[in-house]
Design a protein around this ligand. Sequence first.
Ligand SMILES: [Zn+2]
Length: 431
Amino acid sequence: MTDKTLIKGARILGGEAADLLLVDGVIAEIGSGLSAAGAVEVDADGLVALPGFVDLHTHLRQPGREDAETILTGSQAAAVGGFTAVLAMANTNPVTDTAEAAERVFDLGRTAGLVDVQPVGAVTKGLEGHELAELGLMARSRAKVRVFSDDGKCVHDARVMRRALEYVKAFGGVVSQHAQDPTLAPYGSACCHEGELSGQLGLPGWPGVAEEVIVARDVMLARHTGSRVHVAHVSTAGSVEVVRWAKAQGIDVTCEVTPHHLILTTDELVGYDPTYKVNPPLRPAEDVQALRAALAEGVIDAVATDHAPHARHDKEHAFVDAAFGMLGLEQALSVVTTTMVETGLLAWAGVARVLSVNPARIAGLDGHGRELAVGAPANLTLVDPSAKVTVDRDASVSLSRNNPWHGRELTGAVHATYLRGNATVMEGKLV
Ligand SMILES: [Zn+2]
């Protein structure tokens, strides 16, 4: 039996309305007035069709912290958020620093079957920053790892970073750097943008320059090695300046911004609510404006969630003691719509670029981020562009509740998600 879905009247990338016929996991036909015997018909009047989203930066917590999230529940949150592929960060327990560990994550993702879970390999053994992990074996494994990151920690040793860049170049890989010089912003303690407010609140400062010096060093190492570097979660105007300069020189650098750094500022910290404790920290409004402008301009390539679920017993503490991180998958599209589309900074084709096309290209995922065209894999997302959503953290399908959007009204909602023609989400709910 063939599996057929006929999506009627979706505005492709926000443009003209058309019908899309999905057959056996592929876009079989695009046109107007299509009909197909035996197809499931979906009324998409008023909805925007985009290629399925790809998240370059997801923490799924399995193995090791299944009390915070599992590959299944994180996949569910991703599907609800309109994602068809996520890159699962390596800072699990055990760390994804071997081919076996990468294949385990890959297989658990395929078993969950809601999004393609692509493991990120650690750059160094145990994320310790000293000795390279099994980069080549991970690349050659069934999981075909292409993105490597010690995220949560910075590859701080310049010599190790140089070797990693040289090594991944051989198989078209990329190092995704968590840019934090730990001598300027110590791990664990530095938790608030360094400025007047950190002084007033008495919180240890995390200065923007601790990010910028690593970005500057890494683009020079990328130039020197002729390899490719990706900067995770850029958070300052200064980092944007460095990346803009590096791209103008032809250096192979890409970068991402999180949804939260596009809207939330240091102002949130006044109440010491640990929900807003995140790494890198929330920055002042000038940085937020610079990040939005850079995303619109294309200096920032992608929006990546840094979805970081935490169990209550790790997050509900005094600000200095609470874990770093916030949820991101389920509200990413709504935040991008609110900050970038409603403000006129991005059209829907631009949203497709930053949430799907560019991240898929950076991660080397051929089946994702493709143009919605006949013959392409039917990985797509239907978005209601004008829906008003008041976020309720208890409605989340994530196991965790550290949701910074709780109680806020945002615009834009994911209506449906299709992974290779199969609906994973309909009317905003898991199928
Ligand atoms: Zn990070």
